[in-house]
Design a protein around this ligand. Structure first.
Ligand code: B3K
Ligand code: ZN
Length: 857
């Protein structure tokens, strides 16, 4: 493989230095124009400490038109590839620049760009330097005053951060708006939006009596579909006051939805910008999953106002300080809105589906990484989701009152500052947490393993436990503090003992429990208290007992999952169908309780994804796994058909009913339908078609479409056409149509994906569409991995084409190939070859280079 001609230097946490210059105030004037925007910046700069270093301003793809120092126009310097270096004699100066930006050529969607006739920005992590010359690092905090000028007809709405500070007419049909943000912030939180937008408006009065005007801005036709996002926002504002004592601090809060966006949403101060997919919803266009995701993301971005904006990060290595904490906060919020047990199950499933494999693969890194090439590659499941698990462990250890006190202290001590993980830990320690131990979790990559050996002494009625922790990725690293609650059950299901507060702190822990007269069944890491892998999994007899009798709902779910995984891995490795009867029995019992808690039963009976089955195997054979899982589905259909039909007939809901109960019924109905379609059974395909046609919600419509999408029934073709024709005008809904076909396990899926890449509605510049079709296919384990490597070649073509347009997207798209080491021949070697071919292409972006290099190393 040819090495890249140019590799920018690796950035290291250990190289951190305080900024040499501060910028207490910045004034910005934007002369917005569809083709070429002029940006005038006035920076008051201030030397930070006793040194002679020049002022360094980052800048990228900016055309410098003017430079003035303290009012004196300077000869135009030639900016280097990454910015301006200016020698300044004194301690305080005024630096003024004028630059031009050609935002219509911006397909990276970083900095100022155009989306559907609107102009908008994305600055995190390093996009502000694509707008103006500035020290673009999170520890340089400034007060912003912004003036936007634009054509009044084309851009009637002009928004920026903070509070409105004036607006008026200008000659030539132009107008202006001014915005003032009283809270100092780093450049990554800057935002502007200009366009022809309409708002859903509402208000929220904070507990101290501040009336905040709330607006969600979209195209006029979409205003009615913003109601759920607005209700979610108000709920989030009230929840943050009640749960964390955090109040909103500006007079206005604006959300804008755009269709072209690199990720979910962005927490810019007072002006959140959202991927439209996480704003627009009504029962006809959004599934229950979408409704929940909107509430979670609206909450997440709102919660950043404190965990991220009022207290920001000193440097990007501290990213989890705001992201892990804010994910934890949004998880608590979602739990409060729905069922805590179901939310926990969903959270752990997501962690195992993305973070565990990441931590076991070539992109593994600590929650606080110590180096990176491109920070955009570190907005990962590890930083977000494992980061949230670390906060959860600390919160659990302190208990609600002391955790709240510790958070209050953290916010009070660091308000208006750029903080570090150490600052957070110091606040936790002040309330009694063993912070130096928990700090270790931030430094170590890899998922820890906890192995438990049990010895029962019947004579002494004693159980001896030897518990060993290890981290295969960091063998020499110090042991971690691991909360490890467990319980003991008798074979008849009685609970014998419970240990809710055990904290493992050593490599080996020995415990002796008296009064245990019979050999018990161990239920370990109850509630998934720690993000670890526990070994060995209990045998199927023990799992059947736990699945039926555990009183911790997560542990009951876990036992059922383990039972299914055990049956599936046995079938893959030994071709044995032995486990099926145990699964069928446990499932029959679980289904018997569906009326009590349909959502929980739905989670419990959900078959593990093929990728998760692969994660349990020494090496992945995608064909054998697919065959085993299909075999189990058919066996369950044969044994449980009557019960499943009964559920399918009984779970009708009104699509407008978004209560947890109604959502649970729809979820259960969808999962039941999926099992009923394990074969191309006529009655089942007819039922699916009927469900599609009669659906009063997108949830029912989508579960029918998904269930049909894998089979051969003619109804599949028909519902795909109906769906396309009904939703062709709504991009965030049409994405579902692309995804459902890319995720189909039908043998012709790759050819379908190739065909869809030529569909007039496929636009590789749109991240949502690209993700739906191409990443959707890359994550389809059964069909991405064909024996000729044609799926890999398809992905590679899209990765290389995308890299020219949007490096962040390309670096995400390539990730399925980086897992080649886990796959058996012929797949693994073919994946590696394709990855190497991508790596040898000329002029790869820094983003893609970093991921490909790590994948090949
Ligand atoms: N903070 C942003 C993510 C920015 C991603 C930059 N590559 C959204 C969020 O986590 O809330
Ligand atoms: Zn976030």
């Amino acid at each position: 493989m040819q090495s890249p001609a140019f590799l920018p230097p690796v950035k290291r946490l250990s190289d951190y230095r305080a900024p040499e210059w501060r910028v207490p105030h910045i004034g910005l004037v934007f002369e917005l124009d569809p083709a070429r925007t002029i940006v005038r910046a006035r920076l008051s700069v201030e030397r930070n400490g006793d040194h002679q270093a020049p002022l360094r301003l980052d800048g990228e793809e900016l055309e410098l038109l003017e430079l003035a120092i303290d009012g004196a126009v300077q000869p135009l310097p030639n900016p280097g590839a990454d910015g301006l270096v200016i020698d300044l004699p004194d301690g305080h100066h005024l630096v003024e620049t004028v630059v031009a930006i050609r935002q219509e050529a911006n397909s990276r969607l970083m900095g100022l760009y155009a989306s559907g006739g609107k102009l908008c920005t994305q600055c995190e992590a390093e996009g502000f330097r694509r707008i103006t010359f500035f020290p673009d690092r999170p520890d340089v905090l400034s007060r912003y005053h912004v003036r936007l000028e634009a054509d009044a007809g084309r851009f009637p709405v002009l928004l920026s951060n903070g509070n409105p500070a004036g607006r008026g007419e200008l000659p030539g049909g132009r107008h202006f708006a001014e915005w003032d943000d009283p809270f100092p912030k780093p450049g990554y939180l800057f935002a502007l939006v200009a366009g022809d937008l309409a708002a859903l408006e509402d208000s929220f009065t904070t507990r101290s009596g501040r009336k905040v005007a709330l607006s969600i801005w979209v195209g006029a036709a979409d205003v009615p579909r913003c109601r759920h996002a607005m209700e979610s926002l108000k709920a989030a504002m009230a929840w943050d006051e009640a749960a964390y004592g955090r109040e909103y601090d500006l007079d206005v809060f604006n959300i804008v939805a755009v269709h072209d966006f690199n990720f979910g949403a962005m927490e810019n101060k007072g002006l959140n910008i959202f991927n439209a997919k996480y704003v627009l919803a009504d029962p006809d266009t959004a599934t229950d999953w979408d409704f929940d995701a909107i509430a979670a993301i609206v909450g997440h971005e709102y919660f950043h106002n404190w965990s991220g904006n009022r207290v920001t990060c000193r440097d990007w290595f501290q990213l989890s300080l705001k992201e892990g904490f804010t994910v934890f906060r949004d998880q608590q919020f979602s739990a409060a809105l729905g069922s805590p047990a179901v939310k926990r199950i969903e959270g752990v499933r997501a962690l195992r589906a993305s973070q565990f494999p990441e931590d076991a693969g070539p992109l593994s890194h600590p929650v606080r990484p110590d180096h990176y090439l491109e920070i955009s590659n570190f907005y990962t499941a590890t930083v977000y989701d494992k980061g949230a698990e670390l906060i959860r462990m600390m919160a659990g250890r302190l208990g609600p009152d002391r955790f709240r006190a510790a958070c209050d202290r953290y916010f009070a001590d660091n308000d208006g500052k750029a903080a570090t993980v150490e600052d957070f830990l110091a606040a936790m320690q002040a309330e009694g947490l063993e912070a130096p131990l928990f700090a270790r979790w931030y430094e170590q990559a890899g998922t820890p393993h906890v192995a438990v050996e049990a010895r029962h002494e019947p004579g002494a009625a004693r159980l001896e436990l030897l518990i060993r922790q290890s981290n295969p990725r960091a063998a020499d690293a110090p042991p971690l503090p691991i909360p490890f609650p467990f319980a003991l059950f008798a074979p008849d299901g009685r609970k014998l003992a419970e240990e809710p507060a055990l904290l493992l702190t050593e490599r080996e822990t020995r415990l002796s429990i008296d009064g245990v007269g019979e050999p018990p069944i161990l239920s370990l890491n109850r509630g998934f208290a720690a993000p670890v892998i526990t070994r060995p999994a209990p045998g199927r007899a023990a799992l059947s007992v736990l699945a039926a009798h555990e009183d911790d709902s997560f542990a009951r779910y876990e036992a059922m999952q383990q039972l299914m995984l055990s049956a599936l891995t046995d079938s893959v490795v030994r071709g044995s169908a032995e486990g099926v009867e145990d699964v069928a029995r446990a499932m029959t019992a679980a289904l018997g309780q569906w009326r009590d808690d349909p959502a929980l039963v739905a989670e419990t009976i959900l078959l593990p994804a093929e990728s998760l089955i692969g994660d349990q195997m020494p090496e992945v054979d995608p064909e054998a796994i697919h065959a085993a899982r299909e075999g189990l589905r058919r066996a369950l259909f044969a044994r449980l058909g009557d019960q499943l039909w009964d559920i399918w007939h009984s779970c009708d809901t009104d699509g407008r009913d978004l209560s947890p109960q109604a959502k649970g019924l729809r979820r259960l109905k969808g999962i039941a339908l999926g099992l009923l379609l394990a074969t191309d059974d006529h009655e089942a395909t007819a039922a699916a078609f009927l469900q599609y046609a009669d659906a009063s919600s997108m949830t029912d419509r989508m579960s029918a479409l998904t269930a049909l999408s894998h089979g051969n029934a003619i109804e599949r073709v028909e519902v795909l056409k109906l769906f396309h024709d009904r939703y062709r005008g709504l991009p965030e809904v049409l994405d579902k149509w692309f995804l459902v076909q890319a995720a189909s396990t039908r043998p012709d899926t790759r050819r379908v994906v190739e065909h869809l890449a030529g569909h007039p509605a496929f636009d590789p510049r749109n991240p949502n569409r690209l993700r739906a079709l191409v990443l959707g296919f890359g994550m389809n384990q059964a069909r991405f991995h064909d024996r000729e490597g044609a799926g890999y070649a398809l992905l590679a073509r899209h990765v290389l084409a995308t890299d020219r347009l949007n490096p962040q997207s390309a670096a995400r798209l390539v990730q399925p190939l980086t897992r080649w080491r886990r796959f058996a021949a012929p797949w693994g070697p073919l994946m590696r070859a394709e990855l190497a071919r991508i790596g040898s292409a000329p002029d790869l972006s820094r983003d893609l280079t970093e991921v490909v290099q790590a994948g090949l190393a």
